[in-house]
Design a protein around this ligand. Structure first.
Ligand code: FAD
Length: 234
């Protein structure tokens, strides 16, 4: 019952990437049989900004990033809704799951106020957090003990796992092209200067923020143009 680990991290790491800002330009210039290789920095920035502003999205699809992730299942479910991506996830049928469970840290906004579709989240009281922590720890430990018992009794992993809660961690890789990544970022972050305000859950916003940090490091001009043009996917 005690061999379980509670975590509050949302882990995203760079695994691999394809292309760079110059490739975005090269793909766009294919229509006039040019490469853009002779363009100055300012002209490259201006051209990518033009593509973003005018929503010429296809050149951005030629570049992609592969992220390694470790996420609680309830965040994974939200990630999996982004269909224009390729996901390879650890199997609960072929492997035994690890006893890793999400427990939000104190201070995570936990009280929902406002109208449907326009909720705000406020910090809860000490008692509310303690109640959440107690329930999460108790159900995770109890469910993990049942899972282990069922496996010990010979029940298949694919069925035994169904007793586990959605705060258990999963891991894997997601590859997403830049156009789709910008769509994900527009929906899963909440930046005040965005043309359309996002209303992401706290945990998936942590995931998106880390993806965005990696995106900005590898594709600085594309990222800057996305941000400058109101964070709308082209
Ligand atoms: C705040 C918030 C709340 C949400 N609440 C819910 C909820 O309660 N229940 C729920 O089920 N989901 C919910 N979602 C998920 C949401 O409905 C989308 O599934 C998710 O955000 C992925 O967006 P997407 O379809 O644009 O991305 P992708 O699936 O990656 O698609 C990218 C783009 O490709 C195009 N595209 C993809 N597939 C099709 C298609 N079949 N037909 C036409 N065009 C297509 C669209 O232009 C789309 O924007 C929520 C998302 C957010 C951000």
């Amino acid at each position: 019952m005690t061999d379980i680990n509670f975590r509050n991290d949302i882990t995203i790491q760079l695994d691999d990437w394809m292309g760079d800002d110059a490739k975005v330009i090269r793909m766009a210039k294919a229509s006039i049989k040019k490469t853009g290789g002779d363009m100055e920095e300012a002209a490259r920035m201006g051209f990518i900004n033009f593509l973003m502003r005018e929503r010429h999205g296809v050149p951005f699809e030629h570049c992609a990033i592969t992220f390694y992730f470790e996420l609680p299942i309830f965040v994974m479910r939200q990630l999996a809704k982004h269909r224009i991506s390729s996901i390879s996830e650890a199997s609960g049928r072929y492997t035994e799951l690890a006893p890793e469970f999400y427990l939000a840290q104190a201070g995570r906004p936990m009280v929902q106020v406002g109208k449907a579709g326009a909720y705000q989240f406020e910090r809860g009281t000490y008692q509310q957090f303690q109640g959440y922590r107690f329930a999460t720890e108790a159900t995770s430990k109890r469910a993990w003990a049942y899972y282990r018992d069922l496996l010990a009794e010979g029940v298949a992993r694919e069925l035994a796992r169904s007793v586990l809660p959605v705060n258990i961690y999963t891991s894997g890789y997601v590859t997403v092209n830049l156009r789709s990544l910008m769509n994900l970022l527009s929906l899963r972050t909440a930046e005040e200067h965005a043309v359309i305000q996002g209303h992401p859950q706290y945990e998936i916003e942590l995931m998106a923020q880390e993806m965005e940090r990696i995106f900005a490091a590898r594709f600085p001009l594309t990222h800057a143009a996305f941000d400058r043009n109101g964070r709308v996917a082209p």
